[in-house]
Design a protein around this ligand. Structure first.
Ligand code: ATP
Length: 557
């Protein structure tokens, strides 16, 4: 390994995906991450030792191998030499020269870290000050193994994709921080104060219809730009929709994004998109999909903003599909036949499910319901595109979307802030509900977290081999690691979706697969355990006039 340790791993073909192990206590995880971070920083400051020299030698061997394999693309040796002279590390230039073409690296000491503001599976994100300009930025330190060309290429895909996008509703990559001797890389972004998941989870915030329209218009405009530029985001969810204090929404985290060409049939992995926002075709194993996957997620977000809570919070892939069928109905016979989805025989219910969106959300504004109906179409061919969604009567009829600048300036509400609140609440409960000053705490709330996309680079033999060595204990269900663009689903694992024998859907008989009739506590969860119905009750606020009850999906366990 290079500079990075403890990469997330995935199920092996021998051991198809198991339920995620329960997470370690969040506080311990944070502490471990902080320690890891400190170690990494200390490591970066050290002069090269013999062991480090050996690692660098291996790095150049890797680079040579990468070049041999064509991973460096058409990037000429001379251009690489120039990049190294400009301060880029050789391992980066050798493998992904195109991603850094025309740029000069910024030095780490030209930024002053202020605070850690986010932690993803592949990154730690810091608020920092550019010491030259005083500007506040976000520094995303991406985790990858600089000795593995594949890993570098996977990381660089995010950079290449971000560099081709220029839109007010897509986060802007402002630069990269590294140095010739460094084995790490920071992405520099404009700083965004909030994310939509944090705001939506805040007990004190509920959105009006013009505000929901304003956020959705920005989300769909950003998506339209991505899709028109051949980019599928593949992880649209609230925590990846960043907001600044001027009400601007920007799509962020292109770590799972992929380039696509609608006119070419390029198989892609189905193991993308965070579970709650994952469309049925991916759960059914499709490798031939398109912009519809992002539009499904956008539909989930729209319904979530109006409902005040996630609409289909599944804990496993089986449960997710079951929730989808219960709300959106099961696919038509024609779709099952036409789509030839790999997992159709396993997941096809014996009895068709009726579509219940308009019944469940009868209190939503009619134009919103119509848009949700088309975004949550079971057949992706029936889903609206971002462009057509922007023309829907949701946006063209009153009340119109408000101006972003008229949105309230919210207090800090990052998903990370919400997590901290949850941890504090748990700590208080453990301490008998008393605050530090001994006062009784009156209002606390845990919120469930979406299960991120599963490990999805299963298709790469090198990773399959490696995974055989990984114990389940450190297996963390997370998105793909480093599939090559356009081929990321070329070879799929034997079982990408899995039947969770511990989970009993409400009406298991309706699935053609036999479920073990054994009740269990929550077997698969990426975040704190929470009583979803309790969360729903607290958050559920009636915002559109008539009285309402919780949507039935909240009760689906
Ligand atoms: N430009 C930014 N400004 C402010 N905060 C940011 C910015 N970019 C990212 N963050 C924060 O850091 C978090 C993690 O960032 P990001 O989602 O890009 O990383 P990741 O490792 O891909 O995460 P994940 O595991 O969720 O996919 C975000 O949810 C957000 O709260």
């Amino acid at each position: 390994m290079g500079c990075v340790h403890g990469r997330p791993s995935a199920p092996s073909p021998d051991h198809p995906q198991q339920p995620d192990p329960p997470p370690p206590p969040a506080v311990a995880a944070e502490k471990a991450a902080a320690e890891e971070e400190e170690e990494e920083e200390e490591e970066e400051k050290k002069p090269p030792k013999p062991a480090r020299r050996e690692r660098r030698a291996r790095s150049s061997r890797s680079a040579a191998e990468a070049a041999r394999l064509g991973l460096g693309g058409s990037f000429a040796n001379r251009a690489r030499g120039e990049q190294v002279a400009a301060g880029w590390p050789a391992w980066l230039s050798a493998v992904v020269g195109e991603a850094i073409d025309g740029w000069t690296p910024r030095r780490a000491d030209s930024f002053e870290k202020i605070d850690k503001i986010g932690q993803g599976t592949y990154s730690n994100v810091y608020k920092a000050r550019d010491t030259a300009t005083g500007k506040i930025v976000a520094l995303k330190k991406v985790r990858f193994d600089n000795l593995e060309p594949e890993s570098v290429r996977f990381m660089a895909r995010e950079i290449l994709i971000l560099r081709r996008l220029h839109h007010p509703n897509v986060v802007k990559l402002e630069g990269l921080v590294t140095s010739r001797m460094s084995c790490s890389l920071y992405l520099v972004f404009e700083y965004m104060e909030h994310d939509l998941a944090g705001l939506a989870a805040s007990p004190d915030i509920s959105f009006t219809e013009p505000q929901v329209k304003c956020y959705m218009h920005q989300l769909l405009s950003g998506l339209e730009h991505c899709h028109n530029n051949g980019v599928l985001h593949r992880d649209i969810k609230g925590s990846n929709l960043l907001l600044d204090n001027n009400g601007m929404l920007k799509i962020a985290d292109f770590g799972l994004a992929s380039l696509f060409d609608p006119n070419k049939n390029q198989p892609m992995t189905s193991r993308v998109v965070t579970l709650w926002y994952r469309p049925p075709e991916l759960l059914l194993g499709s490798t031939d999909y398109g912009v519809g996957v992002d539009l499904w997620s956008a539909g989930c977000i729209l319904a979530e903003l109006l409902a005040g809570r996630p609409i289909m919070p599944g804990r496993t892939e089986v449960e997710q599909l079951h929730k989808i069928f219960k709300l959106c109905g099961s696919p038509t016979e024609e779709y099952w036949k036409k789509s030839k989805l790999p997992h159709a025989t396993i997941f096809k219910p014996q009895q068709p499910y009726k579509r219940r969106i308009s019944e469940t959300y009868k209190d939503f504004p009619q134009s919103a319901l119509r848009l949700i109906e088309t975004l949550l179409a079971m057949d992706p061919a029936d889903r609206l595109t971002a462009t057509s969604a922007l023309r829907s009567d949701f946006f063209t009829t009153e009340p119109y979307a408000c101006e972003p600048s008229s949105l309230p300036a919210y207090p800090p509400s990052k998903e990370m802030d919400a997590k901290r609140r949850d941890e504090e609440a748990r700590r208080l409960r453990a301490a008998g509900g008393r605050t530090n000053d001994g006062a009784k705490k009156t209002k606390t709330r845990d919120r469930p977290r979406a299960v991120p996309a599963p490990e999805a680079n299963a298709e790469l033999q090198i990773n399959i081999d490696k995974r055989r060595l990984v114990t389940h204990a450190n297996a963390k269900s997370k998105s793909e690691k480093f599939p090559p663009p356009h081929q990321d689903g070329a070879v799929s694992l034997v079982s990408t979706n899995h039947m969770d024998p511990l989970y009993e859907p409400q009406d298991p008989s309706s699935f053609s697969t036999v479920f073990t009739q054994e009740k269990s506590s929550v077997p698969t969860w990426s975040g704190p355990l929470a009583d979803l119905s309790a969360v729903g009750k607290q958050k559920w606020k009636h915002k559109f006039g008539r009285s309402s009850k919780q949507p039935s999906t909240a009760r689906a366990r």
